[in-house]
Design a protein. Structure first.
Length: 127
């Protein structure tokens, strides 16, 4: 199981959602969901967006390939990690590629927004 699959499972468990409930939310069979969590099914960007939407988090939170994660204290269940530093070293090539695709998409969106802003500024000048 890769880092992304581990995160997906941890998020699901933290939300108190069963595998069946998660499969239902994504309109897939529970066996398909189990294959996703176990790393058997490859995840594309669209499926990651759907999963992130269920968890109400940005896709980046699922595919963050940063070498470290900062864990803050969990107060609701009285478990303290004392802001420990955790290192994840099992990044797969697929996870890295997905992260790169997401960055490319963000760059494209930023470029589009910048052009739109420039057009609006030009229209304001001409008024």
């Amino acid at each position: 199981m890769g880092a992304i699959q581990s995160k997906i499972k941890r998020f699901r468990e933290a939300e108190g959602i069963t595998q069946q409930e998660m499969a239902d939310k994504l309109h897939i069979h529970v066996k398909t969901w189990q294959k996703i969590e176990n790393g058997i099914t490859r995840l594309d960007l669209e499926r990651l967006k759907q999963i992130a939407n269920v968890y109400d988090i940005p896709v980046e939170d699922l595919i963050n390939t940063d070498d470290s994660i900062y864990i803050s204290e969990i107060k609701d269940n009285k478990v303290g990690f004392n802001n420990s530093h955790v290192t994840i070293q099992d990044k797969s090539e697929n996870e890295t590629k997905l992260y790169e695709k997401l960055l490319e998409e963000k760059d494209r969106m930023i470029d589009m927004q910048s052009k739109f802003i420039a057009e609006l500024e030009e229209k304001l000048k001409n008024k």
